[in-house]
Design a protein around this ligand. Structure first.
Ligand SMILES: *[C@@H]1O[C@H](CO)[C@@H](O)[C@H](O)[C@H]1NC(C)=O
Ligand SMILES: *[C@@H]1O[C@H](CO)[C@@H](O)[C@H](O)[C@H]1NC(C)=O
Ligand SMILES: *[C@@H]1O[C@H](CO)[C@@H](O)[C@H](O)[C@H]1NC(C)=O
Ligand SMILES: *[C@@H]1O[C@H](CO)[C@@H](O)[C@H](O)[C@H]1NC(C)=O
Ligand SMILES: *[C@@H]1O[C@H](CO)[C@@H](O)[C@H](O)[C@H]1NC(C)=O
Length: 319
């Protein structure tokens, strides 16, 4: 049985080699960006990965541990959206997606879901599909056997590999922070489109107040903004903060200081009809989301990120 499993996995691993994995500049999921143009100004702010560069786990190639990681979010054999993942802070800097429901369509899939993780952040060869943590752990064990990585030391331990490469369930549990979806389930109508948002590379620590009330109400409101659009492109992101969710005295997951969002609504000729943006502190105040023009958001982000370069959400500012 064990042998069959290994051979089966070897076959899967070979097949996966031809598949898009962590994708250079989102080459495999450009359709989620207006005119396929990526937001400018965010790539430089990510922090480096957490593996020890002088004692890397066996089978990990350091030049593939670049931060940010460009993740084309894959679930059920399909791409659903794109996330720029900061390996150092273990949160997405943004997720980009198409809002695919309107104010008259009903949310279908209300069941509580388990959050998945991203196997390719450990070994690219594990494939580009999000998986549950226990499944990923099993896949790592099989991959290691196939690669002849037999040394049973700490640095090759599957649990260590997983928690070093990304945020996991244990980080959020009892942290006092919610798993705040960056690309929200509410903006999707199909079951797999909604399920695909339940992955730790699409969530960041948010206060309960922000996640359940203030930001949630804004997300609900923006569904209405999509009425009359052929396509509404959305980029939602965070501003990294100074505080972290800690475990055993180490910084694990960065707690954003702000959450922001920008949308670009176009007609069937790809011509912009309207656009807008929102910005809110990740705090417990009752203040609503500060809605503004995209240009204003870009100016504020430049200041908050202390960034001297250009910040541009959309092709031609969605104008
Ligand atoms: C490491 O990854 C880089 C980039 O993908 C690749 O060019 C290089 O050949 C890899 N090195 C090894 C030893 O696999
Ligand atoms: C809104 O979504 C519903 C359900 O998916 C669909 O039947 C309807 O045609 C949509 N309306 C518009 C204006 O897109
Ligand atoms: C992983 O956990 C889920 C949910 O707890 C369970 O349904 C599934 O059978 C587990 N899979 C493996 C491979 O352990
Ligand atoms: C979505 O997730 C639920 C709960 O995990 C699962 O029962 C359902 O089969 C999934 N649906 C799709 C289309 O992936
Ligand atoms: C979303 O907004 C609609 C009105 O546009 C309202 O009827 C509904 O209750 C709101 N839902 C939530 C979860 O806030």
């Amino acid at each position: 049985m064990k042998m069959m499993l290994s051979l089966g996995w070897l076959f899967i691993a070979i097949v996966h080699k031809a598949e898009p994995l962590i994708s250079d500049n989102f080459a495999d999921c450009r359709v989620y960006f207006y005119k396929e143009q990526l937001p400018e100004g965010f790539d430089g702010i990510a922090l480096p990965h957490h593996f020890n560069p002088s004692d890397l786990p066996d089978g990990i190639n350091e030049s593939e541990l670049t931060s940010p990681a460009y993740i084309c979010q894959q679930y059920g054999n399909k791409f659903h959206f794109a996330s720029l993942y900061d390996r150092g802070r273990r949160i997405p800097l943004y997720s980009a997606y198409i809002l695919d429901r309107n104010s008259s369509s009903q949310i279908t899939n209300k069941r509580k879901k388990l959050y998945k993780i991203e196997p390719q952040l450990v070994y690219r060869q594990l494939g580009g599909t999000m998986k549950l943590q226990n499944v990923t752990k099993r896949n790592i064990e099989i991959y290691k056997i196939n690669q002849g990585i037999l040394e049973a030391n700490e640095k090759n331990d599957p649990d260590y590999l997983i928690r070093t490469s990304q945020a996991v369930d244990a980080d959020y549990r009892n942290s006092g922070y919610n798993r705040g979806h960056v690309n929200p389930r509410l903006h999707h109508v199909t079951a797999d489109g909604q399920n695909a948002t339940f992955t730790f590379t699409n969530v960041a620590p948010m206060t309960k107040k922000l996640n359940n009330n203030i930001w949630n109400q804004y997300e609900n409101k923006t569904i209405g903004y999509a009425d009359g659009c052929t396509t509404m492109y959305v980029v939602t992101g965070i501003v990294p903060g100074n505080n972290w969710i800690k475990r055993m005295n180490t910084d694990r997951v960065n707690i954003p200081s702000y959450v922001w969002n920008a949308y670009c609504c176009v007609d069937n000729n790809d011509k912009p009809i309207k656009s807008g943006a929102g910005l809110k502190e990740n705090d417990i105040s009752d203040r609503p989301v500060n809605e503004m023009a995209i240009n204003d958001l870009q100016g504020k982000l430049k200041h908050l990120l202390k960034f001297s370069g250009n910040i541009a959400m959309f092709f031609n500012n969605c104008a």
